[in-house]
Design a protein around this ligand. Structure first.
Ligand code: MG
Length: 203
């Protein structure tokens, strides 16, 4: 399986990092080894002094597809969750300044914890979901998915022009504003509506 991530998919987050609002989805990948085993702590990697949390809605692909038309994209997923796109911001900044790929900053082990999945049947419209992240009990990221620049269906259609989507692939759909550094002993919790779907202890 692969983990496909969208960068800069909320205007307020693009602005907080002084990035331009993109005209087409910005895409990067994480490997399967980025998944964090359930209930395992997240260990801050030794190569970074500035690892940020990025709360994201996560969509699980449940059907094989290539060159999917946007109007049919809704047929390719039935469940969503929330996850954290952990980012070594200092490493990313150095790579970005040289125009190099972001993988060292984004694809490291444990950089993609994902919560339990919930059927959309129970949730309704994928573009009308509230998600939020608390750090040590305080809400630091909160958004409604209606604010995405590129909708889930648009992202699926766009990505599938370049690579085949397979059952079990995950799409991290981008983070809203409020990203920030994590420190040892922080507890991060991610919610979909009022459902606490993911809890991560930082070590
Ligand atoms: Mg992200």
């Amino acid at each position: 399986m692969k983990i496909i991530c969208v960068g800069r998919n909320y205007v307020d987050h693009a602005k907080e990092l002084n990035n331009q609002v993109p005209t087409e989805p910005v895409i990067f990948l994480k490997p399967e080894t980025a998944l964090l085993q359930k209930r395992h702590p997240f260990f801050i990697p030794t190569f970074s002094r500035d690892v940020h949390h990025e709360l994201e809605l996560v969509v699980r692909i449940d059907r094989l597809g290539k060159s999917i038309e946007e109007r049919f994209a809704h047929r390719y997923y039935r469940e969503v969750s929330v996850g954290i796109d952990f980012t070594a911001r200092d490493v990313q900044a150095a790579l970005k300044s040289k125009g190099l790929p972001w993988e060292k900053a984004k694809a490291f082990d444990g950089s993609a914890p994902v919560g339990s999945f919930v059927p959309l049947k129970e949730l309704g419209d994928v573009q009308a979901l509230d998600i939020h992240l608390t750090k040590n009990g305080d809400t630091v990221q909160s958004v409604n998915t209606s604010e995405m620049i590129f909708s889930v269906n648009h992202v699926i259609s766009h990505v599938s022009q370049f690579m085949t989507l397979k059952m079990g692939d995950l799409i991290f759909t981008g983070t809203p504003a409020g990203v920030g550094p994590v420190a040892e002993n922080d507890v991060l919790e991610c919610f979909l509506g009022e459902r606490p779907l993911l809890k991560v202890k930082v070590k």
